[in-house]
Design a protein around this ligand. Structure first.
Ligand SMILES: Nc1ncnc2c1ncn2[C@@H]1O[C@H](COP(=O)(O)OP(=O)(O)OP(=O)(O)O)[C@@H](O)[C@H]1O
Length: 333
């Protein structure tokens, strides 16, 4: 975002990255697809030893960005520096510098959990004994010991994802790039992943770039976050700093039993400010106004029509909305 030299050393610098997927002609009656500028001049800096998040809805360009960061996709223009290496010019250096967990990893499907982890370790240059030892440790750390001898293709989606996280962590790299690492996982597995990520940062000084849809998780694990929208980083900062940007407004959600009682003047007066999704109204209001609105809908004749209401402090989702984004694709709970 800044383009300005930062005083502390940066682990990753991306400058003015542009990537357009070309248009394709439709074949055999299939519709043509237009060109997509998936990275539209992205610039950002990730510091050493921080957990840095990329947040944004489907299609915002997060995966396209991390694939360029990891040397897998060549940008049309712009710069990518990882730990002092120019990865646009030398994409093959990425394998030594970083561990990348993509959205889908079917390459390891035929292997058992233990062998997938060991093989990754071997590919990263560990000798057989070290690969076995590290793999055993990581499987233990992530609670995968009991299913170590099962092939990935016979596991549930969440278990397979966890096994892929384990493989990514063997044969340690200074930068971890994880694209939706906890997708499909239960809460126990998610917690194990976040603890493992945090341990690598705290004990080994690793830098972590994390793609996520999950706003709540993002607030808990990230030091800083870039909000992506339509191929650009539209804001970047700490979760608290970004929330401060949206000011003091609080979010009021009203869920009506059936239809909103518009015959009640206080309810009718709220409608112009409400974003409506089915029976739910979402309003962003200064604290005083929100309090008055709650009093009006819970105290008077509107109450009978009300199913539920919540009053919440600003979240990263509010930041995202305030920046003009859309809500689709953002996980709220
Ligand atoms: N191989 C491709 N060819 C053409 N267009 C693509 C390709 N991959 C992605 N796109 C388009 O580029 C844009 C950015 O996609 P990208 O996968 O980077 O988004 P994302 O933020 O990672 O989304 P998600 O959260 O759904 O994973 C989208 O409009 C998408 O349709």
């Amino acid at each position: 975002m800044d383009g300005v030299e930062m005083p502390e050393p940066a682990a990753v610098r991306v400058h003015d990255l542009v990537k357009t997927y070309p248009a394709r002609r439709g074949r055999r009656g299939a519709p043509a697809t237009p060109a997509v500028r998936a990275s539209d001049g992205v610039s950002l800096t990730v510091r050493h030893g921080e957990v840095f998040g990329l947040l944004g809805p489907n299609g915002a360009g997060k995966t396209t960005l991390v694939r360029q960061l990891t040397g897998l996709l060549r940008p049309d223009s712009g710069r990518v520096d990882v730990l002092g290496h120019d990865l646009v010019r030398h994409p093959r250096r990425a394998a030594r510098l970083l561990a990348y967990l993509g959205q889908e990893s079917t390459a390891l499907d035929e292997l058992t959990v233990a062998l997938a982890a060991e093989t990754t370790g071997r590919l990263r240059g560990l000798d057989a004994a070290a690969a076995r030892r590290e793999s055993g440790e990581v499987l233990e750390e992530l609670g995968l010991g009991a299913i170590a001898s099962r092939p990935l293709k016979r596991l549930s989606g969440g278990q397979r994802r966890l096994a892929c996280v384990a493989a990514a962590l063997v044969g340690e790299r200074p930068l971890l790039v994880l694209d939706e690492p906890t997708a499909g996982m239960d809460p126990v597995a998610r917690r194990a992943v976040w603890a493992a990520v945090d341990r690598r940062r705290a004990e080994r000084g690793a830098t972590v770039i994390l793609v996520t849809h999950n706003v709540i998780e993002a607030e808990l694990v990230l030091d800083r976050v870039a909000v992506m929208d339509r191929g650009r980083a539209v804001a970047c900062g700490t979760p608290a700093g970004l929330k401060a940007m949206v000011g003091e407004d609080v979010r009021l959600e009203l869920v009506w039993r059936d239809r909103p009682p518009l015959e009640v003047p206080e309810v009718a007066a709220l409608r112009p400010d409400a974003a409506e999704t089915g029976r739910r109204w979402t309003l962003r209001l200064p604290p005083e106004e929100a309090r008055a609105a709650v009093a009006a809908v819970t105290g008077g004749p509107a109450f009978a029509a009300l199913d539920d209401f919540t009053l919440a402090m600003p979240s990263l989702e509010d930041v995202y909305l305030a920046l003009g984004g859309h809500t689709e694709g953002l996980v709220k709970v």
